[in-house]
Design a protein around this ligand. Structure first.
Ligand code: ADP
Length: 489
């Protein structure tokens, strides 16, 4: 988020000074093919789709559309590669994964620029969060490759086989790393499908994987939309399906897999409560609220999209939050001063706008910052709703945009009941001066991840995943190994 240091003093106030990241030396091909068996190959049906820059609506590249026949080719390549990869000395597997991590670090600037161009997120986030965290995941799981028996003492560990992995558009490279790194460390091979609006960094990762010398077929990347995803889910050649995306699609996948022998993990939607007690450090809490909901335009499954604030400080917190929202810069994702980039797609902007209308129809009061937004591209000013009630759709449903629903509470128990009263259970936040309250709240919120006096902090060593309609299984940390192993007695 913008700090006074990256704005220039002017007339006693702050003036915005554009500082766009250069796109020189960033290589985006005109056309991307499918990455199957270690090579870039044309799709069987010869179909392609465009990926665009959501900040300008300009086409960035043409990308292969994989059909069921391409998915089949990828599964066969992965199955063939599994024989050698699963028998490789674990320390050797680790070396390949370390190599991917190091090349990612070396090319981090290029990855960050492409991530921001293709997905719309601010360069400060792709540069400081997405790319370093993606490399950190490869480093972390590379270290586990030859230590699996120490993770599960006394158990026999065996890879599952071929994993089908379907990822969303909000953290394209990071989600690819979350999925690929543990799968490879455990000796599996993979077929990964990035989301249709953000395929470029996964395809760039395919280049890194080829440059790292991974045996052909260990990692295959197929691009396409929902139909390609469904072709993965329904292909009998997979031993495991790992999905991150919406709860609606997660339901379809869970039904499709029922009765099959495939292991699966589903990381789905969320509607996290960020709970501010009256004894919290208020200025820090306001920064935590801003980071919780406006980070990555609110395109975050674990976003703090509900604020629960204790009554004695509610007016002060809301006033400070509105003041802080007025300082946020919405605009060019490649500008280092930008706090909130472009909404990922036209379709997502329409979804967000429909919720802005729903919130107002439900009788809530809407406040948006008054900042200017560019004429072209997809944009949404930071928005809060006050005067909402628990049953309102803006409180119960995932909006996946920079939109915060604010409620107040009097007692600890009221906060807890409200926090738990949605269909989701992915994450939560608690802000208080009292360790005992932190302990009690983190034990009581039904959520996979609860942050205390911070929000949206990620680390490869921490397990991540949800309860209720937020999903099944855990990724990250040692739990992330379990998801890719058959454990014997
Ligand atoms: P969103 O609604 O936020 O776009 P989705 O859950 O639709 O999120 O998308 C997440 C990922 O799931 C994307 O890679 C998308 O292409 C894929 N996908 C969409 N529909 C299906 C489906 N029916 N089966 C498998 N994958 C799907």
């Amino acid at each position: 988020m913008a700090t006074p240091e990256n704005k220039l003093a002017f007339d006693g106030g702050w003036q915005y000074s554009p500082a766009p990241e250069s796109t020189d030396h960033v290589k985006i091909k005109k056309t991307y093919e499918l990455f199957i068996g270690g090579e870039f190959v044309a799709p069987v049906q010869g179909k392609y789709f465009d990926t665009i820059n959501p900040a300008t609506e300009e086409k960035l590249s043409k990308v292969a559309l994989a059909s069921a026949a391409d998915v089949d080719k990828a599964v066969k390549a992965a199955r063939k590669a599994f024989v050698g990869w699963s028998r490789l000395k674990p320390a050797e597997r680790g070396k390949y994964i370390f190599r991917i991590a190091r090349i990612l670090q070396e090319r981090s600037r290029e990855f960050a620029v492409i991530e921001s161009l293709d997905g719309g997120k601010p360069i400060r986030e792709s540069r400081d969060v997405d790319v370093p965290l993606a490399a950190a995941h490869f480093f972390y799981y590379a270290g586990w490759a030859d230590k699996l028996e120490y993770a599960f003492p006394g158990r026999a560990v065996k890879p599952l086989g071929v994993a089908g992995q379907i990822i969303p558009w909000n953290f394209p490279l990071l989600m690819a790393a979350w999925k690929i790194a543990p799968a490879l460390a455990c000796g599996n091979t993979v077929v990964l499908k990035p989301a249709e609006t953000t395929p470029l960094t996964a395809l760039k990762l395919a280049e890194v994987i080829a440059d790292a010398g991974l045996p052909p077929g260990v990692v295959n990347i197929v691009t396409g939309a929902g139909e390609t995803g469904a072709a993965i889910v329904n292909h009998p050649g997979f031993d495991k399906i790992a999905f991150t995306g919406s709860t609606d699609v997660g339901r379809i996948i869970q039904k499709a897999l029922a009765g099959s022998n495939k292991k699966y993990t589903l990381e789905l939607g969320g509607k996290a409560a960020n709970i501010i007690f009256a004894d919290a450090a208020i200025d820090e809490a306001v920064e935590g609220i801003v980071n919780g909901i406006f980070f990555n335009q609110g395109h975050v499954c674990c976003a703090g999209s509900r604020l629960l604030v204790q009554e004695p400080v509610a007016d002060a917190v809301i006033r400070k939050l509105r003041d802080r929202m007025e300082t946020l810069i919405v605009g060019d994702p490649l500008d280092k001063n930008t706090d909130i980039g472009a909404i990922n797609s036209k379709q997502q902007l329409e979804t967000i706008k429909s919720y802005l209308a729903i919130g107002q129809e439900e009788g809530s009061e809407m406040f948006q910052s008054s900042c200017a937004v560019p004429k072209r591209g997809y944009w949404c000013r930071p928005t809060i709703f006050t005067g909402v009630s628990q049953s309102n759709r803006v409180v119960q449903e995932e909006i996946f945009g920079p939109v915060l629903a604010i409620q107040t509470f009097r007692t600890f128990d009221e906060a807890l009941i409200k926090a738990n009263n949605t269909p989701y259970g992915l994450s939560g936040g608690v802000w208080t001066d009292k360790g005992s309250k932190i302990f009690k709240m983190t034990q009581s919120i039904r959520a996979g991840v609860v942050w205390a006096n911070t929000f949206n902090k990620f680390d490869p060593t921490s397990p991540f995943g949800g309860n209720k309609e937020s999903g099944v299984g855990r990724e990250g940390g040692m739990h992330g190994l379990d998801a890719y192993l058959k454990l014997g007695g």
